[in-house]
Design a protein around this ligand. Structure first.
Ligand code: NAI
Length: 253
């Protein structure tokens, strides 16, 4: 049994994944802004570098897996924060931990979203993938929150695919999940939003399986993908969304 670090592990999907991995017999360390084993702020380059150092220290160099669930919602007014936490807070942390992950032949699971393929600004996604923070943040200021959110999730997923081979060669197995609408503090805040709440409720009513996701649905998928049972699954994006992506994009592969 190994040691796993879960960013965003104090709430919602990250907390459910941490609980499930503990049930599976693993040692789990949550990383979050507060009430976590590792308190860190992934919204700045310095915070991310410090987080990587703190993870190395807290795990004593023994890290079997990393889950990146820290994120903020599209309803927030701060486009720079959505950009920093959802994209850079994911990929810069994985980059900083790469030597540690490789030494441990670890497994990585990125928490993307089923909004990753939704319409966004392609230039924004390109700037993210270039690692050009300033240009990406500047573009984000002219975009709608949902576009910024989708763009960060699309970029996270494409970054994962672009780095799958290099990671695999280094002994790191990387995958992503694309949660659909899932009841958590983040999504409930969006549902309560005076501007977006009604549209979100209508969106939930169209989920083919007939109910919103629960954090435990994501935890089951994460438990499997991080385990040896999934040892040949690499570079995959698994939609865990009650059929919503298939409904919205029936002909996409
Ligand atoms: P949540 O709000 O319950 O949990 C997110 C956690 O991330 C919180 O504990 C928060 O403190 C932490 N976090 C935020 N900013 C941080 C920062 N700067 N540094 C460190 N930690 C930070 O939200 P939820 O719903 O569990 O979301 C988890 C992930 O799942 C996010 O990446 C979100 O985009 C993604 N997701 C959620 C969906 C949903 O319907 N709830 C659907 C698709 C994706």
């Amino acid at each position: 049994m190994g040691t796993f670090v879960i960013t965003g592990g104090a709430s919602g999907i990250g907390k459910a994944i941490a609980d499930k991995l503990r049930d599976d017999g693993h040692n789990c360390l949550s990383l979050d802004l507060q009430t976590a084993d590792i308190v860190a702020d992934l919204s700045s380059p310095a915070g991310r570098q410090q987080a990587a150092k703190d993870i190395e220290a807290a795990t004593a160099g023994e890290l079997s897996g990393l889950v990146t669930s820290a994120g903020v919602g599209s309803h927030l007014p701060d486009m720079g924060l959505i950009t920093e936490v959802n994209y850079f807070g994911t990929v810069e942390l994985v980059e900083a931990l790469r030597p540690l992950l490789a030494r441990n032949r670890a497994s990585v699971l990125l928490v993307s979203s089923n909004s990753a393929p939704m319409p966004t600004n392609d230039d924004f996604v390109d700037r993210l993938l270039d690692g050009d923070r300033e240009a990406a943040r500047a573009l984000a200021e002219s975009m709608h929150g949902q576009q910024v959110y989708s763009g960060t999730k699309q970029a996270v997923t494409r970054w994962m695919r672009r780095h799958t081979v290099a990671c695999a060669e280094a002994g790191i197995r990387i995958n992503a999940i694309g949660p659909g609408y899932t009841r958590t503090p983040l999504s409930l805040a969006a549902e309560d939003h005076p501007q977006y709440g009604e549209a979100i409720k209508q969106f939930i009513a169209t989920i083919p399986i007939g109910r919103p996701g629960q954090p435990e649905d994501m935890a089951e998928a994460a438990s499997f993908l991080l385990s040896e049972r999934a040892s040949f699954i690499c570079g995959a994006m698994l939609y865990v969304d009650g059929g919503h992506d298939a409904m919205m994009r029936p002909d996409a592969l």
